[in-house]
Design a protein around this ligand. Structure first.
Ligand code: A2P
Length: 276
């Protein structure tokens, strides 16, 4: 697979100047978790300021000289020197069919502007923070659980991650492990962070959709927590569209209100990078 790399900054393949020449960042590491998930890290431009949980546009130059850009949650926290991303691999996807072949030293377009609603600022104060993810929806939460502000604001932080297979959970598991050992947030995370991975199409310790585990009360039983309450709990949701819709319904039925940056409330949601 021909990924334009070291020459992308100067000119695109069709010889025209690359309009993103100032927005190229170098790949510093890549990890393939299975045949359809990978994570990678990029150098971080000094101009990029972001809040943990936000997303930015990243991409590659197409052979026609046009950029192929998609929204990606930044999986690293705001204080990290580099930027981490977690991606699916779609065989015929315009971007990920190529992005999955990047190598260390290649260049990726990164627009140095971040935005999003999965941020601490969009929630009113509470006791407990639930971060509910499916698939690559774990990425913004990988950022938030490594941000000291998350532990300053909440007494308990619960991350649930539901995937079809065990291997799909590996990236999240690794992030949680790194978080527990992190010099900045490790001590607080050990005390406050609860991680609840579930699988729906393979046997594991916790099986089933998180929606079912919430509705049956099993999630709370397993974690020794009270049922959801808008008085004490705050919720962030990130997954596929059907997942987001179903969890939103649960939130609304339990008296939670949807928040935004301009109107913080008790839950927020955002679509994970889905399909292409
Ligand atoms: P399931 O295997 O029962 O469909 P996907 O890869 O399709 O985005 O799904 C990722 C994970 O999210 C799967 O474990 C899937 O469970 C689960 N999931 C998909 N849709 C929903 C939904 N509407 N509510 C809860 N979980 C869902």
């Amino acid at each position: 697979m021909n990924i334009q790399s070291n020459n992308t900054a100067a000119a695109s393949k069709n010889g025209k100047p690359n309009p993103f020449a100032d927005n190229m960042q170098k790949v510093t590491s890549i990890h393939h978790w299975n045949d359809h998930l990978f994570s990678f890290r990029l150098t971080r431009p000094q101009s990029l300021r972001f809040r943990s949980g936000e997303f930015a546009m990243i991409g590659l130059m197409g052979d026609d000289g046009k950029a192929i850009l998609r929204a990606y949650s930044i999986a690293s926290p705001f204080w990290d020197e580099e930027l981490e991303f977690f991606s699916i691999k779609v065989k015929d996807g315009p971007l990920t069919s190529r992005l999955q072949h990047i190598k260390v030293g290649d260049e990726v377009i990164l627009k140095p502007k971040a935005t999003g609603t999965l941020v601490n600022d969009a929630l009113i104060p509470g006791k407990r923070l639930y971060l509910l993810a499916t698939g690559t929806g774990i990425a913004p939460f990988a950022s938030l659980i490594r941000d000291p502000e998350t532990y300053e604001k909440f007494e308990e932080v619960i991350v649930t991650h539901t995937c079809r297979h065990l291997s799909d959970l590996e990236y999240g598991k690794d992030v949680v492990k790194r978080t527990m050992n992190d010099p900045l947030v490790g001590e607080e995370a050990v005390q406050k962070l609860k991680y609840y991975p579930t699988t729906t199409q393979e046997t594991s310790e916790h099986e089933g959709r998180i929606t079912d585990l919430i509705n049956s009360g099993k999630l709370f039983e397993d974690l020794n927590l009270p049922p959801l309450s808008p008085q004490t709990d705050r919720i962030m949701i990130c997954g596929s569209m059907p997942f987001n819709i179903d969890v939103k319904e649960i939130c609304l039925a339990n008296g939670f209100k949807e928040g935004s940056n301009s109107r913080p409330a008790s839950f927020v949601l955002e679509k994970a990078f889905v399909g292409e």
